[in-house]
Design a protein. Sequence first.
Length: 309
Amino acid sequence: MSSESPIVQVPEPEEYQQQDDLIYQQQQEDIEEFDDHHAIPQKLKLDLRGTRMELHRDTLINLPESLLIAMFPNGLVLSRPNDDEDEDDFDEDDYHSRHSVGVDEQLNYVDFDPVCLEYFLKFYKLAADVKEENKQDAELQRLARASAASSPVYYTLLTKQPIIVLREELEYFVLPISKKKDVSGLKLKAGQYLKELDPIFDALQKNISRENNVAEQHLIDMLCDAGFQREDKWGYREIEPTKTIIASMALVLLKTVGPDNHMATAQKLFLFWRKPARKCWWDGSSVELEGESVRLWARRTWTLELALV
């Protein structure tokens, strides 16, 4: 991509690895202890900040790459019994009982908001339902058959249901004028203030107005042509616990057919399938918090990706 592009492609890994390898990374001793069948369980039991969920393996490996990275920044290390125990408390029967528990039954702790995952899974089901409905659309199936040989990209976009995945990580910094002010209290107020500013494109549009960045305007136009509306708000937006970070996500079904020619835009976004792309920028403003004017800086990182159902 050109240097002026608002989206910077994530670099390719030096060596190709299958998606299973990315998700199911384990320490060497884990791999030796479990055979191949148990190393990749059909269902994973997850504890997401106190909320327990079960994910089928096929669902997990089809999650967007950017979501998997956020959930498992170090790869998914399957839980195993704790060997660091006091020898005086050692009970051989209890030891064998715990070690006989299969990987399918083990609970894996994930530092990720379950509400965000639920939001994606519900949308994923909606996309799957739309895909099934499209199978009954005779005209759509005719277009898919016609493009099967001539354009594999067209065929994929017409036979799958693409989802545009847009995520934002907003890290904010509060600079009070008075040194006597309680900074921790201001941070909480600042987080709530920024969380309520939830229109997706407002911050980027302000950046465009300030710098007259044509490439960023093109990005908004492309996303709106693909399925977003200019007034859309984030579908998920929450403050990360114990951090000055706000995580947001928005999902839309990618338009491929219709009265307008959306396929050209769909082809551009197809480049982001399993290849998340990022854009980062800063913005600053003066706001009133707790009766005092403070300087509020925000570092926003957008991640754009295409998922296929």
